[in-house]
Write a protein that binds this ligand. Structure first.
Ligand SMILES: *Cc1c(COP(=O)(O)O)cnc(C)c1O
Length: 435
């Protein structure tokens, strides 16, 4: 079979399963209204939650960076591409996230691969929430670590996996392992295993809980703080208590929380008062921060180690300086009064939408509101009907969500007006009653 014949067959399969996807060309900036073909659509698909992607302050910073540093970065950061805007972005990020250091990557996807691949190898264990983003799943697979998955947002199931991991460590023929962690790093971790209440308040460096024996088994838990397709929130306090009890490390992907929660929008980890107790925080710069790229925030040693060991950082040309400068401008903006005002507007839009479609708001409500339709065909049809009314809400299907869990994924932004929200709700309510 030729490649083309093989592809034709596989594409037909996707079409048969209503899983075929194609690109829609957009001829306007990201905003509540986008131009697709001849149509102007009311847009509820963007992760640009604060409306910063087209904000004058970000555009100005990007233009200024281009004028000063050019359009391209020339090389990997380790060769000659470590331009000033990246260093400025990283200090801004570390200050914003209340961590010692930060390291910028070309994308969140690359950041996940860089950090997980650098930290873990085949003797280690990674424990993932069932619904973590594909970038984390792929990175975990590539790292070669043993993967365990716990039921979504279920601390009980996480504890089962941690117990298994601790046992796997103790039964292992390798030196060190989990048991040696408590021996070799002294009292605090030894206490932690038996009595979590006796834990020192903060474990500020990843190295503090790290098995000191070379080759010892490492255990990393990864969750998102706000889940990208469901918009719900991880039980971080319980997860942190468990990772401390079992001497594991924790990575929290703040892609959909950065800019939106916590003091000055620094994230949900901070809102839970846990900044010093999470070893690794991942940030994306392309969502509420309105630019593009990703970053890992944590200790100085973590950043130093990633510079030396993160392959997606080392073997990749640095992002364009304009992206870094725009992200740094966004970080300044979200910490300003204007940022606080945008978050307040977003909160009002979210509350307004829940009220208009007759839903109760969850405890911590986010800008992502899934309307689960199950069947892939239903989701695509609903999205098409909305588009006929000049409203763009994407149908999200496998592989972005599980098969049979297809949905409309509504994302609300501070740039929407309350009329925009009412219009969407009216059409959704009409669709629901017609069915
Ligand atoms: C978008 C996203 C990523 C990937 O970030 P990019 O910068 O788009 O590559 C990672 N994790 C989550 C939860 C995301 O939503």
């Amino acid at each position: 079979m030729s490649l083309d014949e093989d592809l034709a067959r596989r594409l037909d399969e996707l079409r048969d399963q209503h899983l075929f996807r194609e690109l829609r060309r957009v001829d306007s900036p990201q905003s509540p209204h986008i131009q697709i073909g001849s149509k102007n659509l009311l847009n509820f698909s963007s992760n640009d939650y604060l409306g910063l992607a087209n904000h004058p302050a970000l555009k100005e910073a990007a233009i200024h960076a281009i004028e000063q540093y050019g359009a391209g970065s020339g090389a990997s950061r380790l060769i000659s591409g470590s331009l000033a805007p990246f260093h400025e972005l990283e200090s801004a990020l570390a200050q914003f996230k209340k961590t010692e250091a930060a390291l910028a990557f070309s994308a969140g996807y690359a950041a996940a691969h860089g950090v997980i691949g650098a930290l873990l190898g085949k003797d280690d264990i990674i424990i993932l929430d069932k619904l973590v983003h594909a970038s984390i799943v792929d990175a975990a697979k590539l790292s070669g670590a043993k993967i365990r998955v716990f039921a979504h947002n279920d601390p009980g199931d996480l504890e089962d996996k941690l117990k298994w991991a601790a046992g796997a460590g103790q039964n292992s023929s390798e030196r060190g392992c989990v048991r040696s962690a408590s021996r070799s790093i002294g009292e605090s971790a030894a206490v932690a295993r038996d009595d979590p209440a006796a834990l020192p308040e903060f474990v500020s460096h990843p190295s503090a809980t790290r098995p000191a024996t070379p080759g010892a088994r490492r255990i990393l838990i990864v969750t998102e703080s706000v889940f990208s397709m469901d918009g719900d929130v991880a039980p971080l306090p319980q997860i942190i208590a468990l990772k401390e009890k079992y001497g594991a490390w924790l990575m929290v992907d703040e892609a959909h929380a950065t800019g939106l929660f916590g003091e000055n929008g620094c994230g949900l980890v901070d809102q839970f008062g846990a900044a010093g107790r999470v070893e690794i925080q991942m940030v994306t710069l392309g969502k509420a921060l309105g630019s593009a790229g990703g970053a890992i925030c944590g200790s100085r040693r973590l950043a130093d180690f990633l510079v030396n060991r993160a392959r997606s950082f080392i073997f990749s040309t640095a992002p364009v300086p304009a992206a870094a400068a725009a992200a740094a401008a966004a970080i300044r903006l979200v910490q300003s009064d204007e940022g606080a005002q945008l978050r307040e507007t977003l909160r009002q839009r979210i509350a307004g939408f829940h009220a208009a479609i007759g839903r109760n708001q969850p405890g911590i409500s986010t800008a992502i509101v899934p309307i689960i339709l199950g069947d892939e065909t239903n989701a695509v049809e609903a999205s098409t009907k909305l588009r006929q009314q000049n409203i763009f809400v994407p149908a999200v299907r496998y592989p972005s969500v599980a098969r049979g869990a297809a949905r409309l994924r509504v994302t609300l932004t501070a740039a929407h007006t309350s009329d925009d929200i009412d219009r969407l709700a009216a059409v959704l309510n009409a669709l629901a009653t017609r069915e």
